[in-house]
Design a protein around this ligand. Structure first.
Ligand code: UN1
Length: 494
């Protein structure tokens, strides 16, 4: 597939002929797409096109913008199978998850379409007579959206749908690992009737075009999901420019398993959290903190179950876990497995690349579990973003919560327990943007805000719900209307 940039309603090449390739991580002999390696001039063109389209898009009533998103939802639904297969071929996650990725985009399109008829501000009473007080939502203008490869349809859709319904125009830079999935989403929005210039896409490297786009003078707000290093750099740069920025970065999510947990349920949850998407979710569980009374039994159960997971091409029905996205991540995960061994953790499952049979040409790693991990080891503190789980022992709920909270990240956490008081305490004391009770750390739904605390994000949650995406993609204007015909002084005339 040949991917092109999408600027001012046209699919165009970059200003130079240079391309990069997107490979199937399950079989790197297969090229999924070639995409343009854009230059700064291409970003300039995309920003200009978005700026010019802004006034008309802004003045289109939000319910009408919603109708376009609704059509996009219908088209995504129609193309779900094809798009899901593309996600699996390009990113590697198993087909069920590839389809789930598209389902999140469908849900978001329909949800944001409905927001076009709500888009609430507030109306409150004034302390003075003959005076109205209200707040309105206004778009920022042109927003830059920079997205990762792990949810190649869902995360771009979260951002694009929310930005558009609020009346912004968009310049979108997808991950270089997943340009084909990104282009397929943009094509659907084009077909749904998003006018020329309202949504633009520029492919290329983060270093060359990502930062240039985020700091471009024609951009009014930026949303970034990706690595901590890149996100923190943007936080520094954009902070100085007073430019609104939402960052969604790393995680070191943990699941607590108490001695009164239903262990078979916890087992399924931990496996799904740790090895779903090959551990390549910001919300993946990379630590399990287990009460000492069930520690041996539970880690044995986990070890046996992990060894039974079938690794392979995500398009095959027999596959439980797909590959790692690319060689760099593959080497990083293997490096962390070496670090875990060197730190003295006990490798009880996996730990090696999978190269046999159909896996010869892909980036496959066995589902890996370390036991006897202590909370301060690097494998228990740093984000790995792969199928590596650390099992840590604890002797009480308080200790478990302390361990979970001992990392600089705070995206998602979970507790398995049948004691209502324990789960209530965990819900209250766990320091993360999302807490799951008797459910895994993954599976956030789009109608609520999604975002992390501390190093996981800048505290502007995205996705949906009040306090989520609408608050980020719009800015508030407060209007006081005095119809008394005389000077009234707030706080004084009372
Ligand atoms: C991410 O990994 O960045 O909660 C997003 C989940 C998904 C979204 C994950 N709905 O796992």
């Amino acid at each position: 597939m040949q991917v092109r940039n999408f600027i001012n309603g046209k699919w165009v090449g970059a200003s130079i002929e240079k391309k990069f390739v997107s490979l199937n991580p399950a079989d790197t002999r297969q090229i999924v797409a070639e995409a343009p390696l854009s230059l700064r001039e291409d970003v300039d063109r995309a920003v200009k096109s978005a700026r010019e389209a802004f006034p008309t898009w802004h003045s289109l009533p939000a319910p009408r913008r919603g109708e376009i998103l609704f059509r996009a939802g219908e088209l995504l639904l129609r193309e779900k199978r094809k798009l899901g297969e593309l996600v699996t071929r390009e990113m590697g996650k198993v087909l069920g998850e590839g389809l789930g990725d598209v389902q999140e985009a469908i849900d978001m399109a329909f949800y944001m379409a409905g927001e076009g008829r709500r888009m609430q501000g507030e109306t409150v009473p004034s302390e003075l007579p003959d005076k109205d007080c209200k707040s309105l939502r206004e778009p920022h203008g042109v927003v830059a959206l920079i997205t990762p490869w792990n949810f190649p349809t869902a995360i771009p859709a979260w951002k694009i749908c929310a930005a558009l319904i609020c009346g912004n125009t968009v310049v979108f830079k997808p991950s270089s690992d997943t340009p084909a999935s990104a282009a397929a989403l943009v094509q659907i929005l084009e077909e749904a009737g998003v006018p020329a210039g309202v949504l633009n896409m520029v492919c290329g490297s983060g270093a060359e075009v990502g930062e240039y786009l985020a700091t471009h003078e024609g951009i009014d707000a930026v949303s970034f999901t990706g690595s901590c290093a890149a996100g923190e750099r943007l936080e520094g740069l954009l902070g100085r420019m007073h430019r609104p920025l939402a960052t969604e970065m790393g995680g070191k999510n943990a699941i607590i398993v108490m001695d009164d947990a239903e262990l078979s349920l916890a087992l399924e949850g931990v496996l799904w959290g740790a090895f779903g998407t090959s551990g390549q979710r910001c919300t993946a569980a990379s630590r399990v903190v287990v009460h000492e009374k069930v520690y041996e039994a539970f880690t044995d159960m986990l070890t046996r179950a992990a060894a039974g997971l079938r690794v392979g091409d995500g398009l095959l029905e027999t596959t439980d876990m797909g590959p790692i996205i690319n060689e760099q991540q593959f080497n990083k995960v293997l490096e962390y497995i070496r670090i875990g061994c060197d730190e003295g953790a006990l490798l009880v499952a996996g730990g090696r690349p999978v190269t046999a049979g159909d896996c010869t040409h892909g980036f496959f790693i066995e589902p890996t579990i370390f036991a006897n991990v202590t909370p301060t080891m690097r494998i228990a503190q740093e984000e790995i973003f792969g199928p590596v789980l650390s099992a840590i022992r604890c002797s009480s709920l308080d200790e478990a919560i302390r361990i979970v909270n001992s990392v600089p990240f705070g995206l998602s956490s979970a507790i398995y327990s049948r004691n209502v008081n324990s789960t209530a305490k965990a819900e209250h004391d766990l320091k993360s943007g999302i807490v799951y009770v008797n459910a895994s750390t993954i599976g956030a739904e789009i109608q609520l805000p999604f975002g992390g605390w501390m190093h996981s994000g800048s505290g502007h949650p995205e996705a949906g719900g009040r306090g989520g995406a609408l608050d980020f993609y719009s800015r508030i204007k407060v209007v006081y209307r005095d119809y008394s015909g005389r000077l009234q002084k707030a706080q004084i005339d009372r």
